[in-house]
Design a protein around this ligand. Structure first.
Ligand SMILES: Cc1cc2nc3c(=O)[nH]c(=O)nc-3n(C[C@H](O)[C@H](O)[C@H](O)COP(=O)(O)OP(=O)(O)OC[C@H]3O[C@@H](n4cnc5c(N)ncnc54)[C@H](O)[C@@H]3O)c2cc1C
Length: 411
């Protein structure tokens, strides 16, 4: 498929990001001038409103399509096929996909509901190098696509581009309501909704979102950064990974880190590579003070958080890899216990002086990954005190399914 559009357009970025994360091969064609706009049948004066244009291999042309329209065209959009499932999983990141593989392969009628695309945070990672079994590393998008295929092969249903927004957990049914009005009924559920990238909290950020300011490692964008100065913000492994990846394309990468050094926050193997890559400069004690530009980002102002000294970098590319927080407002409304930051509390962490919380209705204590609603489990980054790693998310997804079996068998 071919996508015609402009870099710096948030709509075009959303489509590129979606296709990249889902491992859909596509050719990106930049619409640079009137002539190239006319060549695809668009008058340049209205190009902005009509781009991106997606042309599929069968010749179908969609102008400024929604993610749902693209999913439908790719044959990925369907309604739930069953009126009731054994297991509903919310989130198709590593934890949700792992739960889907184990649930479906162990005979549970399993459905996965995913707001955006499969793979979660991992699918934005250009290369995951510490995941067991891949000594040369594997791109997050490929890992996600393999997991999706595996889950589907075992019979899991995956509904993408749909968000769970509300839950009703009465009468031993786990009923999820999706943003498009669809209702998913299941006997048990796993919440694997991970975390959402944290914002930089500087003026103009929303205006430049997808138009110069991106969240995560921006793997879909790297090849477009040839010849440009790239700024990466964040002193964790994901920021370091992103800087290294961009350095393969961009002539200069600035890694802005709030702390004094990378040592306590970045794995040693990445630190060595960062400092031996001449085109990467690391600025410690540095934060973003301002974002400048008209319609798209044109410059980033960085500030030394100790001296107050400022520096302006002219760039069209800023990638923020500064962690995230869970979006679990729905859980609050549904009576789930969360910690102060919004992570879901499960198992032993729910106990007070060894006893189940007040609202717990059963004689037994909650299982290890079970929330304070029986039969509703949490796995991966969304869980209080979880280890924020791919392998641990995958492990928790698999483990949660074991507790689902116990719950379905004994209550
Ligand atoms: C750039 C980057 C690089 C990384 N590199 C590594 C690495 O090299 N090694 C490593 O071990 N870890 C790495 N990590 C961390 C790792 O990716 C995460 O720990 C892991 O993805 C967590 O998995 P998860 O399934 O719990 O959550 P997520 O990956 O966050 O997935 C959650 C999914 O739930 C979906 N969702 C959210 N809300 C809803 C809703 N209401 N309804 C439906 N769906 C919803 C989201 O769209 C998302 O797809 C990296 C992270 C980033 C950002």
């Amino acid at each position: 498929m071919t996508v015609y559009g402009r870099t710096g357009s948030a709509q075009c970025y959303a489509v590129r990001d979606f296709l990249y994360r889902n491992d859909v091969p596509f050719k990106w064609v930049e619409v640079v001038n009137d002539e190239s706009a006319r060549a695809i049948g668009v008058d340049d004066s209205v190009a902005e409103e009509r781009l991106p244009i997606c042309v599929f291999s069968d010749g179908t042309r969609l102008e400024r399509p929604t993610i749902r329209q693209i999913s439908e065209k790719l044959g990925w959009f369907g309604d739930p096929s069953l009126t009731e499932y054994d297991l509903a999983i919310y989130g198709a990141g590593p934890a949700g996909l792992s739960a889907a593989v184990y649930g479906a392969s162990e005979g549970l009628k399993t459905v996965v509901i995913e707001r955006w695309s499969v793979g979660g945070q991992a699918s934005s990672s250009p290369k995951i190098e510490n995941y067991l079994g891949f000594p040369q590393g594997i791109s997050g998008a490929e890992l996600a696509e393999r997991a999706r295929e595996q889950a589907c092969r075992f019979g899991a249903e995956i509904l993408i581009a749909r968000e769970g927004i509300r839950g009703d957990f009465s009468a031993r049914k786990r009923v999820g309501y999706l943003s498009d009005g669809t209702k998913v009924v299941a006997r048990s559920a796993i919440c694997a909704t991970g975390i959402e990238y944290r914002r930089l909290a500087v003026p103009n950020e929303e205006r430049f979102r997808g138009a110069g300011v991106y969240y995560g490692a921006g793997a879909s964008e790297a090849q477009l950064c040839v010849g440009h100065h790239v700024v990466v913000v964040g002193g964790g492994n994901s920021g370091a990974q992103a800087a290294l990846h961009f350095s393969k394309y961009a002539p200069r990468v600035t890694l802005a880190v709030r702390g004094d050094s990378l040592k306590s926050t970045v794995s040693a193997y990445l630190i060595d590579r960062i400092y031996s890559t001449k085109t990467i400069e690391v600025l410690t004690r540095t934060e973003v003070a301002a974002l400048e530009g008209d319609k798209t980002l044109e410059a980033v102002v960085l500030v030394d958080n100790q001296t107050g000294e400022q520096r302006r970098i002219h760039t069209r590319w800023l990638f923020a890899c500064i962690g995230g927080s869970p979006r679990t407002e729905w859980a609050n409304e549904a009576g789930l216990i969360r910690d102060e930051a919004g992570y879901l509390v499960t198992g032993p962490d729910l106990l007070q002086a060894g006893r189940a919380p007040e609202r717990w209705p059963l004689d037994r204590l909650p299982y290890y990954l079970e929330t304070n609603v029986p039969g509703l489990f949490a796995a991966g980054d969304v869980r209080h005190d979880s280890v924020k790693r791919c392998a641990s998310a995958v492990g928790e997804g698999a483990m949660a399914v074991m507790f689902v079996h116990l719950y379905l068998a004994t209550g």
